[in-house]
Design a binder for this molecule. Structure first.
Ligand SMILES: C[S@@+](CC[C@H](N)C(=O)[O-])C[C@H]1O[C@@H](n2cnc3c(N)ncnc32)[C@H](O)[C@@H]1O
Length: 267
């Protein structure tokens, strides 16, 4: 079995780079749809996994849930706490933690959600086991993952061509593939259903989106920092051509970011 300790330290440092909250600003559509699929009722105990700067945790709190949220990156949790306090939701329990080893007792939550979050943890079987462990019987898990064939799938494919991911690590995009999700969730869940959607990133030009992601989005910043000279130019140029493929008739870019939302009920 692989030891992911070192990899997770690097991932945590990567997510702290830039200013992830500016990227999260563009994720209102995906968060909102995930919570609509979750059908959260006031008073339900909700856990938001890999909360980042807290957008989904805060939106669940707005719907009246009692919210706990976990992330591995303390710098992002600090932004999340500030935002929650400003919104009057200082009662959200934000905790540092790893989705592969959650700091909660069995069957603690009515609903466990994650928006493009838990998909990034490397040990997918452990994550699936933790989803099952902390969700009460009859409770539900609802999570959003980018699809492998969608816009972010393509972005990460180009990124790993220029800045290879470590060998032997499962693709995060497995969580955006219905067959693989069913395998991962196994027999601990029933009534597994899927909803597809798209949360486009808009930009005045390909350069506009490159500028946003290469200065604010950790995984892209890390790739940029590891490349020099012609290698960096080649990476930039391939991503710009990729984005140019998403130009709309008015010349602006509407980069489709297709996602899969999974909803499943704990047996
Ligand atoms: C793309 S961000 C998503 C954040 C948030 N859910 C949202 O919708 O904006 C991915 C998040 O996963 C977190 N993360 C990655 N690996 C993790 C792990 N093993 N345990 C907990 N959080 C993790 C990162 O720190 C980062 O905040």
């Amino acid at each position: 079995m692989m030891d992911f300790t070192e990899l997770k330290k690097k991932q945590r440092a990567t997510w702290a780079l830039g200013e992830y909250d500016r990227i999260a600003d563009g994720l209102t559509i995906s968060t909102d749809q995930t919570l609509r699929v979750a059908q959260i009722h006031p008073g339900e105990r909700v856990l938001d996994l890999a909360t980042g700067t807290g957008i989904t945790a805060i939106a669940a709190r707005e719907r009246g849930a009692v919210v706990t949220a976990v992330d591995i990156t303390p710098e992002l949790l600090s932004v999340a706490r500030d935002k929650a306090n400003k919104a009057g939701f200082g009662d959200i329990d934000f905790r540092e933690g790893d989705v592969e080893a959650l700091p909660f007792a069995d069957a603690t939550f009515d609903v466990v959600v994650s928006t493009c979050g838990h998909m990034f943890a490397p040990d997918q079987s452990k994550v699936a086991a933790e989803l099952a462990r902390v969700t009460r019987s009859g409770g539900r898990v609802v999570f959003l993952a980018w699809t492998p064939e969608g816009g972010l799938g393509g972005w990460f494919r180009i990124t790993s061509k220029h800045f290879p991911s470590p060998a032997g690590v499962a693709s995060p995009f497995n969580w955006g593939d219905p067959d693989k999700v069913k395998q991962l969730l196994g027999s601990a869940f029933r009534d597994i259903t899927f909803t597809n959607g798209d949360c486009p990133q808009f930009g005045a030009s390909p350069e506009d989106i490159w500028e946003l992601f290469s200065t604010r989005y950790g995984p892209t910043i890390r790739a940029v920092a590891s490349l020099q000279g012609d290698a960096l130019l080649a990476f930039r140029s391939e991503l710009l051509s990729y984005l140019a493929g998403y130009r709309a008739a008015d010349g602006k870019v509407r980069w489709g970011r297709e996602y899969l939302i999974t909803r499943a009920v704990r047996v």
